[in-house]
Ligand binder design. Structure first.
Ligand code: DQA
Length: 146
């Protein structure tokens, strides 16, 4: 199974950015930990991070052409207002799990709104990097039951 792991703006700053909220692990740690989990389960993972909305959309469209089986996306702050990313997820028709490191439902009010939620098959939040591992398991189980 081929899964793309997409991280949006400021997630390259993990470990530097508000460690009390996002943890001390860096983006490189995230890639290593999530990558190891994928390898153990024989999943082919592709990691992508961008601070730009258009580049994220270009990558999602590339996933369509490359027939990726599943997507894990943490759109960062775009979660809360990017209808363009929402539309991209809807149009590619690839099962997508939305992941957030922090508990977006227990922070500022604007963070509890996700405009991508309804086009994703599942939303995971507040479990730090563990949430990405859970997302792989969720996509695998769904794929194997198809
Ligand atoms: C985040 C939550 C967002 O509100 C925030 O803008 C982020 C990270 C998370 O992983 O908890 O950049 O998506």
């Amino acid at each position: 199974m081929k899964i793309a792991v997409v991280n949006g703006p400021n997630l390259n700053f993990l470990g530097i950015r508000e460690p009390g909220i996002y943890g001390n692990d860096t983006y490189e740690d995230l890639v290593r930990i999530v990558g190891n989990h994928g390898s153990e389960l024989n999943c082919e993972l592709e990691f992508f991070q961008s601070n730009g909305e258009g580049t994220i959309i270009d990558f999602l469209q590339k996933c369509y052409y490359e027939k990726v089986d599943g997507i894990i996306i943490n759109p960062g702050a775009y979660t809360h207002y990017s209808y363009a990313i929402r539309d991209a997820i809807e149009s590619i028709k690839i099962p997508t799990v939305e992941v957030h490191l922090s508990n977006i439902h227990k922070r500022e009010g604007f963070r509890s709104v996700s405009v991508v939620k309804e086009v994703c098959i599942h939303q995971i939040y507040g479990k730090k990097i563990e949430g990405y591992l859970e997302a792989i398991d969720f996509l695998l189980e769904r794929h194997n039951n198809d």
